[in-house]
Design a protein around this ligand. Structure first.
Ligand SMILES: NC(=O)c1ccc[n+]([C@@H]2O[C@H](COP(=O)([O-])OP(=O)(O)OC[C@H]3O[C@@H](n4cnc5c(N)ncnc54)[C@H](O)[C@@H]3O)[C@@H](O)[C@H]2O)c1
Length: 344
């Protein structure tokens, strides 16, 4: 079966999904796109041969030829668009976060869970080869019981201009909902948590190099301590100002060993030896670092539709990740420790 896809949002990430879906993913045809930007629609038509172009999402989902929708619009639109697309009998892939409030997500959960169509959330790190390899080692008990997980997600400094535009035009939800959400999901995934997996959190943040972010209610650097189930520990650093590139790193400390994923954000296996010393080039942005993960998650979703297989990432994963991200923001805003499940 060839799955016919429509996409909403052709911005930083929408273009990547669109290009993959039209050129690289098997059993998939990108036939429709919605954006409010004409240049983006022209690009989709000229470069990707997309047949149906829309300014209005509701018109795209009314197209009976479309089997599945990729939602890559600003985060605040996700809950509404997920429900509308499912109600029009489409399979739905939504970018993270599933919503910007717990209430918004709780409201749409019954619609997602009672639908006979497929739903998937874009937690693409679960599809990254290195994260999958590490997960297999952890599940096989190779590092014993997990005691601490430390995660860094820091955007490159040269992405600041595009981030400021993004934050001016849409609500990112703040650094914890926008960036740490992946780390929260990774922690829950490694711990096989059935709920949020977090008892309480304490967050800090600052804007040192880019005070412009104060006016946008955004943070350049955020950090948090998480008390996880069974007194395990989570440590998060999120940022927008890594001079050396796109820095995503995860460390998992266990009773019998430690695993580090991408301890330095290496671009490839090359070392450059020159007057600066021995230089390891680094990944410069999320499309470069997670190119394989994006393609694997897209293929997984299309295959799940074609073969009617179950999707591992559930809407509840989106709910719990957002619940923790919001607690992190609340902790920063109030300068208080926030209890999530009534922890001690
Ligand atoms: N998985 C990841 O690592 C990752 C990375 C980046 C972004 N994202 C998520 O993807 C989503 C999009 O982020 P982005 O950085 O591509 O944003 P962006 O601002 O670059 O693009 C937003 C797109 O949505 C379109 N749009 C805006 N309003 C619209 C409307 N009313 N109707 C239809 N289209 C509309 C815009 O035309 C644009 O094409 C966000 O939810 C973000 O959290 C995920």
């Amino acid at each position: 079966m060839v799955v016919k896809v429509g996409i909403v949002g052709l911005g930083r990430l929408g273009k990547i999904h669109a290009e993959n879906l039209s050129k690289k993913i098997y059993n998939c045809e990108l036939i429709a796109a919605t954006s409010i930007v004409d240049e983006e629609l022209n690009w989709a038509q000229k470069e990707l041969g997309v047949k149906y172009l829309y300014h209005d999402f509701d018109e795209m989902i009314a197209n009976d030829e479309v089997d599945a929708i990729f939602i890559v619009s600003p985060s605040s639109f996700h809950p509404d668009q997920v429900v509308k697309a499912l109600n029009k009998n489409k399979h739905v892939f939504s970018e993270k976060p599933l919503g910007l409030s717990v209430e918004d997500i709780q409201e749409i959960l019954p619609v997602i869970n009672s639908s006979s169509n497929k739903f998937m959330l874009g937690f693409m790190r679960r599809f990254d080869d290195s994260y999958r390899y590490a997960k297999e080692k952890v599940d096989a008990g190779e590092i014993g019981d997990i005691t601490l997980i430390r995660c860094y997600s820091i955007d490159p400094s040269d992405g600041m201009k595009s981030f400021v535009n993004f934050a001016k035009n849409s609500n990112s939800g703040g650094i914890f909902s926008d960036m740490s959400i992946h780390d929260i999901d990774v922690i829950r995934w490694f711990l096989n948590s059935e709920d949020s997996g977090v008892n309480r959190v304490w967050s800090l943040g600052n804007n040192v190099a880019y005070p412009v972010l104060n006016d946008l209610n955004e943070l350049e650097t955020g950090a948090a301590m998480l008390q996880l189930t069974d007194d395990k520990i989570g440590m998060l650093v999120a940022g927008r100002n890594a001079a050396h590139g796109y820095h995503v790193e995860t460390e998992i400390i266990g009773t019998k060993g430690t695993l580090r994923i991408a301890a330095t954000p290496e671009k490839n296996l090359v070392q450059v030896m020159n007057s600066s010393g021995v230089v390891r080039p680094t990944s410069q942005n999320f499309p470069e670092r997670f190119q394989q993960a994006f393609m694997s998650e897209e293929q997984y979703f299309i295959d799940a539709i074609s073969n009617d297989t179950e999707i591992e990432i559930k809407a509840e994963d989106g709910l719990y990740a957002t619940q923790v991200a919001i607690a992190l923001q609340e902790s920063y805003d109030s300068n208080e420790i926030i209890n999530i499940k009534g922890g001690q």
